[in-house]
Ligand binder design. Structure first.
Ligand code: NAD
Length: 297
């Protein structure tokens, strides 16, 4: 029987643990706060940001939101980040990506104070992750790690294949899987757009993390019997629905679930975990900034 990994349930448990952390912080006189910054009029980005604000409200994190006209000079965004870096009531800062073309993304990522970089994208935090001393693990791969743990899927000694090498998913995912630490110790292969014999590599894996951004890219015929399949993909495809589209993963669920030992659905798999881990990083940031011990979930 294929086990369906319920990301909604695991994320709910993480949020509950985050609420407890908020109580601990509040009892010490600290109210954790997350600032979101949006410099875009893309409806998807607007939706993501408003969902993150709603999540904050649910667990008692104070939400702050700044919107910047996408045509404004880049300096307006940089100044906003500087202000948020200086504010006592802001524990974490999230600049919703992508930023407009005239804004240098690298400058944005470096501008956020590393102590408030709850996305974990600042080079200092990337370096710490690689060195095995992570401050903030990036939310999506950390969420995947939590899902594997929740379902007792052994990573130690496992052959893992990550499909995708982006800075926000593929690379940090592979880095977490190779760490000599719980949730790591996997023999990890990273596949990307120039990989030869990808089917062979995926077919030898005990754990497959699909993050290529291609609908249905990994199907059942490529998988080893019993493999754990984690589908990170969220792809909009035309469909005969009210909205005219539907969201599908990078895994062809129907064929993959015939072969996999465990599999995440889309939606309801990795997506809710990404959101929950942002809250986790925000209370972690508040605890570190104010020297309050929080019992992270
Ligand atoms: P990206 O476009 O930055 O990276 C895609 C990666 O896939 C690249 O590294 C590329 O080398 C690789 N790739 C492309 N074509 C390939 C091929 N033919 N064979 C092998 N590898 C190939 O995307 P991303 O930001 O890493 O996101 C990947 C997917 O995950 C997208 O669908 C995105 O929407 C989704 N996503 C989901 C969450 C979540 O919370 N569930 C979070 C972030 C991203």
């Amino acid at each position: 029987m294929t086990e369906v990994i319920d990301g909604e349930a695991v994320a709910a448990a993480i949020r509950s643990g985050v609420s407890d952390c908020v109580e601990t912080l509040t009892a010490s006189g600290v109210r954790p706060g997350l600032a979101t910054v949006l410099m875009s009029d893309d409806p998807a980005s607007e939706t993501y940001v408003s969902m993150k604000q709603r999540d904050c409200e649910e667990v008692g994190i104070e939400g702050f939101h700044v919107e910047i006209d996408p045509d404004a000079p880049a300096s307006e965004l940089y100044d906003t980040i500087d202000d948020l870096n200086d504010r006592e009531d802001v524990s974490g800062i999230l600049v919703q990506l992508p930023v407009p073309d005239h804004v240098d993304k690298r400058t944005v990522l470096r501008r956020v104070a590393p102590e408030k970089d709850v996305d974990g994208f600042h080079p200092e935090n990337v370096g710490r992750l690689v060195a095995g001393d992570a401050r903030f693990k990036p939310c999506t791969p950390h969420g995947v790690q939590k899902l594997l743990d929740a379902y007792d899927i052994e990573t130690e000694g496992a052959d893992a294949v990550v499909v995708g090498r982006s800075d926000i998913v593929g690379k940090p995912m592979a880095n977490l899987l190779i760490q000599k630490a719980p949730g790591g110790n996997a023999t990890t292969t990273v596949c990307h757009s120039r990989t030869r014999n990808l089917e062979e590599k995926v077919g030898s894996a005990d754990i497959v993390v699909a993050a290529a951004g291609i609908p249905g890219f990994v199907d059942g015929s490529m998988l080893k019997e019993g493999a754990t399949v984690i589908d990170v993909g969220i792809n909009k495809v035309d469909a005969d629905t009210e909205k005219g589209y539907e969201l599908v993963g990078d895994v062809d669920y129907d064929s993959a679930s015939e072969v996999a030992g465990a599999i995440t659905p889309v939606p309801g798999g990795v997506g809710p975990m990404t959101r929950a881990m942002l809250l986790y990083n925000t209370v972690k940031a508040a605890g570190l900034q104010h020297d309050v011990d929080v019992d992270l979930p």
